[in-house]
Design a protein around this ligand. Structure first.
Ligand code: GDP
Ligand code: MG
Length: 280
């Protein structure tokens, strides 16, 4: 995989992984977030050993930008019966109650033990994990009962209060639950670059734009044509035509193909081309 710089993986993520090794054993369950537009590429399996038989919840965020038909097929095919899945738009308030009421109603082994001893139900602790940009901070803000809680969008920061109160009997570790994407798999990394979960500049722009063109045409043969009305079979000709159509020129009056490439990348990422699911 010569084009990907394997050294990009930042030190704060390694630190986060070590924190999670301390936190997960203290929790009743784990909320694993991924992006609905790349439900396999963005879902992390790296902590499965540590999670063991704790409660598992998969949250597929950004459903508003996703092709739900393909997404649901993938979820159905891959989920085990011990994992609860939620397909959500984390920007909607409704998603909050849906998730909280599920967690509140889980009866863990600890709950059963306390109840059999006539003790009140114990507090449940959960931790949110996921690769960058999938919506961890958005979810924690959504679930937090304290409106003043500010979730920094910077992993690795030490905060005075590591636990966020959701309800009296439900807390979430506000840990930097940032996981490492599988950067040894080039197609996974290309999908993550398209949705913005890894820095897009780990690939040359030209390579990413070529992948976008070929992969979207493979998955959704009409999508790019419907949006841009350009009928080209070759990625370079496509971006060239787009630059021409949109009058994207460099100072020397040559077409600015790079600008056309960045333009399409941004439109795809912002859901302006259509709902997508990049995994199969
Ligand atoms: N459209 C959409 N955007 C979302 C959703 N969830 C999160 N985002 C956006 O995705 C970006 C990254 O979210 P953030 O919570 O910072 O991700 P983190 O890096 O995992 O903490 C932010 O711009 C959020 O507003 C969602 O369900 N739908
Ligand atoms: Mg964050």
């Amino acid at each position: 995989m010569p084009q990907v710089n394997a050294n990009w993986f930042p030190g704060h993520m390694k630190k986060a992984l070590n924190n999670l090794k301390d936190i997960i054993p203290k929790c009743d369950g784990v909320i694993n977030i991924c992006d609905s537009r790349a439900p396999l590429s963005s879902l992390s399996f790296s902590l499965n050993n540590l999670i063991g038989n704790k409660e598992k919840i998969n949250i597929y965020s950004k459903s508003d930008l996703a092709d739900k038909k393909r997404l649901n097929e993938i979820i159905e095919r891959n989920n085990d019966s011990h994992t609860k899945s939620f397909v959500v738009n984390l920007n909607l308030k409704e998603s909050r109650n849906q998730i909280i009421s599920y967690i509140e109603n889980i009866e863990t082994k600890k709950d059963k033990k306390f109840l059999s001893l006539n003790f009140p139900k114990p507090i449940k602790y959960f931790v949110v994990i996921g690769i960058p940009n999938v919506g961890k901070s958005t979810l924690i803000n959504l679930l937090s009962s304290n409106k003043k809680t500010r979730v920094e969008n910077k992993p690795g920061l030490t905060r005075s209060e590591p636990l966020i109160k959701v309800k009296d009997k439900l807390y979430i570790y506000d840990s930097p639950g940032v996981l490492e994407p599988n950067y040894e798999d080039k197609n996974i990394m290309l999908n993550l670059a398209l949705i913005g979960s890894v820095k897009e500049n780990i690939f040359p722009l030209d390579q990413l734009a070529e992948y976008l063109f070929n992969h979207i045409n493979h998955l959704y043969p009409d999508m790019l044509f419907d949006k841009y009305q350009i009928n080209e079979n070759n990625y370079y000709d496509f971006y060239n035509q787009l630059a021409l159509k949109n009058k994207m020129y460099l100072q020397n009056n040559n077409l600015d193909i790079s600008r056309a490439m960045r333009f399409v990348l941004n439109e795809l990422r912002n859901g302006k081309i259509g709902p997508i699911c990049l995994d199969e």
